[in-house]
Design a protein. Structure first.
Length: 482
């Protein structure tokens, strides 16, 4: 009986999996590039910042398509095309995401009744092997290090070991030559970098001449180390640390339900104030809805905070038609090589304190690390609008600022669904580096010890005990005087 079910499942996959000719593959590839050209603002940015010649890069990928190209090879080729854009919001979405959230997304050529059967079938046919290897690597001051000691094939690799080479070449060289596979890169002082670079190359490789395999459990995997990345916080939290009269707020995700939960908890502890400091900890927060952090801030602020909005989109007929922007003025953006854009919104706005706000008079710190993205970075960047708000920690080294909904497109022949980010936040932007929108006021130096203690701690790294006794970033804020 079980074998019959398996055979039926395989039959359904084969029936629903598109069989594409080389002509159809090229048509889908061209449709993808058209979507990128129409909406993807990061293409213009990275043509300047990373020096990418997109006509050549996309042209070379298209030439790889032939009558011998398999469907799975074609899918990998399409992914490489999106990686060239170097934006975490640009890529193909999986069936699990689309089946749950696809109907809510902004889309150009399909409706809310789409079932994404081709996506499911292609995923099943082209399933990628799970990579077991996870190495404790961090990037500090322009160099890669192992931040924790671990055993590997009978050899002890010490914490603090600097990684000088990958497969015999400098890591920086490998990344710059493989921007179609190393994704998404961060950007610091003119250099692209990515801590997980080793996962973008062959399954077997060397670091400093030491052999590794992506298919073996080593590093974090076999040493009982915690991997501290996105979503490192597990639940929203509001605590009063009475010994310092500090109000601590943990915000794991920019979600309105989490924001409402935090507001309820703030109201319950209001009588325990006034507080000397407030810390909003957004480390590991991958983003979500800007209204979440605005809702929390409105429960804390003593007075309105005004801010500017200057949002720009690519200027072309399809883009203008989609956003009903016909008649908008064409602007040539000098820092983007005079590419044509239009401004959707350039105005002043403000966040008003809610009735019953704490009306906190002291400093409010927003603590971030490199594992924040999207609207989480927007909160940290918002701090520049008020001397009371202090961004703390370190930059994620991605492009930041306000963002619009990514634009989804279904490719005609394969049925695959791609999304791109259509907007850049030009608020306060004078140079290309300003597009990061990540100005940290209280810079807390990264340290190998800071990485290792969070990875090795046997307990909740967001507990009051760990935060107040072991966390270097929290200690720096508690010790900070304006």
């Amino acid at each position: 009986m079980l074998s019959e079910v398996i055979l039926l499942f395989l039959f359904l996959i084969l029936v629903q999996t598109p069989q594409l000719s080389a002509t159809q593959m090229r048509a889908d590839f061209d449709e993808l590039i058209h979507h990128i050209d129409t909406f993807a603002v990061h293409k213009d940015l990275n043509a300047i910042r990373l020096g990418i010649n997109y006509d050549r890069a996309f042209g070379q990928l298209r030439e790889e398509i032939s009558d011998d190209t398999s469907l799975c090879e074609f899918v990998a080729l399409l992914e490489r095309a999106t990686h060239w854009v170097q934006d975490a919001h640009c890529g193909f979405m999986d069936y699990e995401y689309l089946s749950a959230y696809g109907k809510y997304q902004a889309k150009v050529n399909f409706d809310t009744h789409e079932t994404y059967q081709e996506v499911m079938a292609i995923e099943s046919l082209c399933a990628k092997p799970e990579r077991k290897l996870k190495l404790p690597i961090c990037y500090i001051d322009g160099a890669y290090y192992f931040y924790a000691t671990f055993e590997h094939r009978g050899e002890t690799i010490q914490a603090g070991t600097r990684i000088q080479s990958y497969n015999g070449q400098p890591v920086e060289q490998f990344i710059s030559e493989h921007l179609d596979t190393v994704w998404p890169v961060r950007w610091q002082k003119g250099t692209p970098y990515f801590e997980g670079f080793y996962g973008a190359g062959p399954s077997t490789f060397t670091l400093n001449g030491i052999a590794f395999s992506l298919d073996e459990s080593s590093g974090i995997s076999n040493q009982g180390l915690r991997e501290v990345r996105f979503l490192s916080q597990h639940e929203p939290k509001v605590e009063v640390w009475q010994d310092t009269q500090t109000l601590y707020i943990g915000l794991p995700f920019m979600d309105m339900d989490q924001a409402k939960s935090i507001v309820k908890q703030i109201k319950k502890i209001k009588r325990m104030g006034p507080f000397t400091k407030i810390i909003i900890d957004i480390r590991g927060n991958p983003g979500g809805n800007d209204m979440a952090w605005r809702t929390v801030l409105a429960q804390l602020l003593p007075k309105p905070v005004r801010f500017e909005i200057n949002l720009k989109y690519k200027f072309n007929p399809e883009n203008l038609a989609y956003y009903h922007g016909q008649g908008q003025a064409r602007e040539e953006i000098a820092i983007l090589g005079n590419q044509a854009y239009w401004t959707q919104e350039h105005q002043q706005a403000e966040i008003q304190p809610k009735r019953g706000s704490l009306r906190h008079a002291g400093p409010i710190y927003v603590l971030q690390d490199e594992w924040v993205f999207s609207s989480a970075v927007n909160l940290a960047n918002f701090c520049s609008n008020s001397p009371q708000l202090i961004s703390a920690g370190w930059s994620n080294d991605f492009v930041g600022g306000l963002q619009d909904e990514p634009i989804f497109r279904k490719l005609k022949n394969s049925g695959l669904v791609v999304r791109v980010e259509p907007m850049l936040d030009f608020t306060g932007v004078k140079t290309i580096d300003d597009l990061s929108h990540s100005q940290i006021e209280l810079k807390i130096p990264k340290s190998l010890a800071g990485y290792e203690i969070r990875a090795r701690y046997d307990g909740d790294i967001y507990s009051q005990t760990f935060l107040t006794q072991h966390d270097p970033a929290i200690r720096a804020i508690l010790n900070h005087t304006e």
